[in-house]
Design a protein around this ligand. Structure first.
Ligand code: NAP
Ligand code: MG
Length: 449
């Protein structure tokens, strides 16, 4: 049994049957059986089905947002935004189906053509922090390319994925094309990784499990895309609009209670502005509204579980610069916490995945880049400066997949998202994601004889 808990109240909100190896094999068999017909669906028809799914998500927007909010403990306002993005993602990939083009290449003696072929059955394994959102980033391109899918949501947060599978059938997507399995990563996930009939694993989660995915995929040379952990830098130069940077910085790490792979949890500040910025940041952090996720004004809810709260707490070894308030009593609450650190400290190196930010001073641009790059990760980040040339120079020099200048922005439907280094490889969202769910076939047609 999979027991689903509301992290804000600790109440059990659902109990679901857990799939085992047998159910996983059956789901893969269903997806395999559905593939030949699905790949042949005319592009305009596949687009229409995806668009209908997007419309159903829009119609069920509030229900899905409430379900996600209760299951993850995330504020309802944030959950609404995420479900809105899910619908946009399906609309986007509905539009992409007939724009994912091949080429004709000039060669001697004939005509050379490339085709984008679907992969077959893809296994999608996703985490608990943005359950439906991250699932949609993979489902959109997979279904658009003509793949069939077995999706395994995190055991802690399966509810919206189960609902989405119902909506897919309602939209007219044929049975077997989108299968959702509720179960343990070590059982269902592991079986998907090793299954000979699964062509690709699209994985989002920890770097540690990402390594297991790569190892397990080696046996059948599966395609793999990995969106893993992060320890992103928020680089604040003295010439930045400090008020604006400080007002935004808390939300770059405390959104989703810090359970965000893109969290800018290392705040690097130019030494000459450090004291002033720290003062502004403390004030802004004091203003983050922590509490009941169902309250419209709430900006930060609890952590996902008691076990995760213990892990987060273990990172705060010294007296913090600031610790906010959090509700007492039931729920896995943890306050917004700011810690002063040096680049080598554990808090400055390891992903906390909770509402804890490390403030680190730097003396000049060169040192800022060095500290920002002194990380095993490279997912996201921000640069705050009013000097445009510097902004672009530093953006080019930081080894990370996604950067924003004078903004917290990380993901948009139409732009590529993914990591450098141990934050993984492959790109999600935008047209780039289609490359991860299709294979290029090259056909030479002789014009001789
Ligand atoms: P996780 O422990 O790696 O789990 C992710 C998924 O993998 C879950 O569905 C999990 O299932 C499954 N899994 C666990 N062990 C497995 C195994 N041996 N074989 C196959 N699947 C297995 O990550 P998490 O704790 O859910 O999420 C937090 C991590 O995700 C953080 O490191 C965060 O940075 C990363 N993340 C990255 C991105 C990104 O886009 N780069 C986005 C969000 C999160 P169970 O739940 O059943 O264990
Ligand atoms: Mg985990």
């Amino acid at each position: 049994m999979t027991t689903v808990v509301n992290p804000a109240t600790e109440e059990v909100i659902a109990e679901l049957e857990s799939a085992g190896v047998e159910e996983t094999d059956a789901a893969v068999a269903r997806a395999k059986a559905a593939f030949p017909a699905w790949r042949k669906v005319a592009p305009a028809d596949r687009a229409r089905l995806l668009r209908r799914l997007a419309t159903l998500v829009e119609e069920q927007h509030e229900e899905l947002a409430r379900l996600e909010s209760r299951n993850v403990g995330k504020p309802i306002s944030g959950a609404r935004g995420e479900v809105g993005m899910v619908a946009q993602v399906f609309h986007y990939y509905a539009g992409a189906v007939d724009k994912h083009l091949g080429e004709t290449i000039p060669v001697a003696g004939g005509v050379d053509l490339t085709f984008r072929e679907p992969l077959g059955v893809v296994g999608l394994i996703v985490p608990w922090n943005f359950p439906l959102n991250i699932a949609s980033w993979k489902l959109g391109p997979a279904l658009a390319c003509g793949d069939t899918v077995v999706l395994k949501p995190a055991e802690l947060t399966p509810l919206t994925a189960v609902r989405l599978a119902e909506l897919a059938l309602e939209a007219g997507i044929p049975e077997g094309v989108l299968n959702v399995l509720v179960g343990k990563g070590s059982v269902v996930g592991q079986r998907l990784i090793e299954h000979p009939d699964v062509a690709k694993i699209g994985f989002t989660g920890s770097t540690e499990v990402g390594r297991q995915v790569m190892r397990g995929a080696a046996g059948t040379i599966k395609r793999v895309t990995l969106e893993l952990g992060g320890k992103s830098a928020n680089v604040v130069f003295a010439d930045a609009d400090l008020e604006r940077a400080a007002a935004a910085a808390p939300y770059a790490v405390f959104d989703n209670a810090g359970q965000d792979c893109c969290a800018r949890s290392r705040i690097l500040v130019e030494a000459s502005a450090y004291d002033r910025f720290a003062e502004l940041l403390v004030e802004a952090t004091r203003g983050v509204r922590v509490g009941d996720p169902e309250d419209e004004a709430t900006e930060m809810g609890p952590l996902i579980s008691a076990a995760h709260r213990e892990t987060v707490a273990s990172f705060v070894e010294a007296e913090p610069l600031f610790r906010g308030d959090a509700p007492d009593g039931r729920g896995f609450w943890y306050p917004c916490t700011l810690v002063e650190a040096r680049p080598g400290d554990r808090i400055a190196r390891d992903e906390v995945f909770g509402p804890v930010a490390a403030l680190i001073p730097f003396v000049d641009e060169e040192e800022a880049i060095r500290i920002a790059n002194d990380s095993d990760y490279g997912l996201s980040g921000s640069i705050w400066t009013e000097n445009g040339a510097r902004a672009l120079r530093v953006a080019r020099a930081i080894d990370t997949g996604v950067l924003s200048i004078n903004s917290n922005s990380s993901v948009r439907v139409s732009t590529p998202f993914g990591g450098f280094k141990q934050s993984g490889f492959g790109r999600e969202l935008g047209m780039h994601a289609l490359a991860g769910y299709s294979e290029i076939k090259n056909v030479f047609y002789s014009t001789e004889g």
